[in-house]
Design a binder for this molecule. Structure first.
Ligand SMILES: Cc1ncc(COP(=O)(O)O)c(C=O)c1O
Length: 335
């Protein structure tokens, strides 16, 4: 494959194929690989007007041994179904989802970056309702498409901390809303906060709980985690944040390292007291946060590099993903 693996970055580029399943008359079809990224639908399709659209994000890695390892595809399938239930969309059986991921990864093997590049194959499932309608009702017809995109090593120039800004004017989700599922609309809602943060030279926006604005929720596309001064891993408990598969995996690794993990409400007033802060998610695994801007206050974690505990967690997780460390928790599905 004629790609410059070392300059891939994280952006869409076509691969060989995507796999598509069509839901009609109450059932999913057997699915098929397509060599196009185009799809035909009515301009009256439900997803365009009323937002029945959900997605997922996962990754496959090529190991030093040449084997292809897919990271926790069953967790993506399970979360897709939890998103589907909330938006009255049809569930897709998790075992079929995992098989479909394997099929599309296998068909696009030549797009999986080599081990040495540090890149991976990003897996992007998306489900949307396509029934033409003007009344606000659940769609009767849906597509589930799983596409793959080769992506580069986000940290090829080293892991550098980024600044975050607390979103004061807008929430990404509502209390008892859709913040805990991967609904496309959540991301549209978070764009304005991300823009405000970027306008203040902060690459990421941090959201507080939408009910009281006193507890930490998460970043626009990643969970919040921190290390306390007494060495505990803490991460927010809230019903308006996405249950991150990366966060859940890092917690297992933290426990393996003998750390205490606290999954609890984190008051915004605790922010100045933390030792290390990071954002975590599939795309980056873990990004250290150097400073948090909170109105006219700045919490500075005095990091020019990734902190020592975050570094251990990061190495522990990418080690398993890349097949360099034992898979103690059954995170890997080999192709
Ligand atoms: C809002 C939000 N939170 C957290 C995450 C991290 O989740 P995961 O680790 O499953 O990628 C993501 C990215 O998927 C996200 O969009």
């Amino acid at each position: 494959m004629n790609l410059d693996w070392n300059t891939l970055g994280f952006q869409f580029r076509p691969a060989k194929s995507n796999i598509r399943f069509h839901y009609k008359d109450g059932a999913w079809d057997d699915g098929q690989l397509y060599n196009t990224y185009d799809i035909t639908m009515s301009v009256a399709a439900n997803c365009l007007h009323y937002g029945q659209a959900i997605f997922e994000g996962g990754k496959a890695f090529r190991g030093r041994d040449g084997k292809v390892r897919i990271f926790r595809p069953e967790a993506n399938g399970t979360r897709l179904n939890s998103s589907a239930r909330q938006l009255l969309m049809p569930e897709f059986p998790v075992d079929r989802f995992v098989e479909a991921v394997k099929t599309v990864v296998r068909d696009n093997q030549e797009y999986i970056p080599p081990f040495e590049s540090g890149g991976s194959l990003y897996i992007r499932p998306v489900m949307f309702g396509v029934t033409p309608q003007i009344g606000v009702n659940a769609s009767l017809e849906y597509w589930l498409v799983i596409m793959v995109v080769p992506v580069g090593n986000y940290y090829k120039n080293g892991i550098k901390p980024v600044d975050a800004m607390i979103s004061k004017d807008y929430d990404r989700a509502a209390p008892h809303g859709t913040g805990h599922i991967k609904a496309a609309g959540n991301y549209a809602a978070s764009l304005i906060s991300s823009k405000q943060a970027k306008d203040h030279h902060c690459p990421i926006a941090l959201f507080l709980d939408p009910g009281s604005h006193t507890f930490v929720d998460e970043f626009g596309t990643s969970n919040f985690l921190a290390i306390t001064k007494d060495g505990k891993y803490i991460t927010p408990k809230s019903d308006s944040i996405l249950p991150s598969i990366t966060n859940n995996s890092l917690q297992a690794i933290a426990r393996d390292l003998g750390m205490e993990v606290e999954y609890r409400k984190i008051a915004a007033t605790e922010l100045p007291e933390l030792a290390e802060v990071a954002a975590c998610g599939t795309a980056v695994v873990l990004t250290p946060v150097g400073r948090i801007f909170d109105g006219d206050k700045i919490y500075d974690y005095h990091q020019t590099e990734i902190g020592p505990v975050m570094k251990k967690l990061y190495d522990g997780l990418i080690g398993v993903q890349r097949g360099e460390l034992p898979d103690k928790h059954g995170f890997i599905t080999e192709l």
